[in-house]
Ligand binder design. Structure first.
Ligand SMILES: C[S@@+](CC[C@H](N)C(=O)[O-])C[C@H]1O[C@@H](n2cnc3c(N)ncnc32)[C@H](O)[C@@H]1O
Length: 242
């Protein structure tokens, strides 16, 4: 597909803003929000989608946790793409949007599962780009990174969305200190993009002492103030009184 066609399709996607997600749907069918039945979309920013479309090499091999507009953009770019999200209805809407707009889904592999359940046993080919934007609960983004990072080609990209949440921020803080292995390439608000600069392992064989982030001292537990000490002493005396 020509560059101008890609741009035009991303523009259409952005203007149409299809609602791909419905609260309470999905294979796990848990609505944590009380918004059961409401339709939504939580796409990556348009700047991130356009950046991805701009840097992917021809016939790129890519993977994302979660799915949505990003999945459609990978399909527009003709990537050999795997998206993992436990929601076949979302997958259906993604495929329908692509079919309605003449975008081939032949190289799209949509896996209806939670990434933490399937990534550990998956055989992955070398990847040009991994997008982490699935479950945002602790420690899901870190697990997604753990099980995919080794498969990113040297020079390939890791995109971490939702760094405004503590789980995304933790991963980004960690990677920012992995200076010999990853380089912060660009930041788009809540999305950080890292480039893999290591040619060797980035996960396997490391202990905490090899990781600058883990060598940072953990904050000491708060010491009780004088008043608290006095109050606890008083409570103890009082409770031991006959
Ligand atoms: C913020 S949305 C992804 C938005 C998408 N990147 C886009 O550009 O539209 C989060 C996605 O994670 C999926 N998800 C939720 N729990 C997941 C899990 N445990 N593993 C993988 N995906 C999960 C949701 O179904 C949803 O598709």
């Amino acid at each position: 597909m020509l560059e101008t066609e890609r741009r035009h399709l991303i523009e259409r996607l952005w203007v149409e803003q299809p609602k791909l997600f419905v609260h309470g749907e999905g294979t796990l069918c848990i609505d944590h929000t009380g918004r059961n039945g409401q339709e939504e979309a939580w796409p990556l920013g348009r700047d991130v989608l356009e950046w991805i479309a701009g840097i992917l090499p021809a016939q790129a091999s890519t993977l994302e946790t979660g799915c949505g507009y990003s999945t459609i953009v990978f399909a527009i770019c003709g990537a050999r793409h795997t998206a993992i999200a436990p929601d076949y209805q979302q997958h259906g809407r993604i495929v329908r949007w692509c079919e309605d707009h003449g975008v081939s889904c032949a190289d799209l592999r949509l896996i209806d599962a939670r990434s933490q359940d399937v990534l550990p046993g998956m055989l992955l080919e070398p990847l040009d780009l991994v997008l982490i934007d699935g479950c945002h609960a602790f420690p899901a983004p870190a697990l997604d990174w753990y099980y995919t990072a080794e498969k990113i080609k040297p020079g390939g990209y890791l995109v971490v969305d939702d760094c405004q949440l503590v789980t995304g921020k933790q991963l980004v803080d960690f990677l920012e200190q992995e200076t010999g292995r990853w380089k912060l390439q660009v930041r788009f608000g809540k999305t950080a993009v890292f480039r893999k600069i290591a040619t060797g392992p980035v996960v396997e064989g490391f202990e905490w002492i090899d990781q600058p982030y883990c060598r940072n001292p953990a904050p000491a537990p708060a010491q009780p103030g004088l008043f608290r000490k006095w109050a606890s002493c008083w409570r103890r005396l009082w409770s031991s009184a006959p």
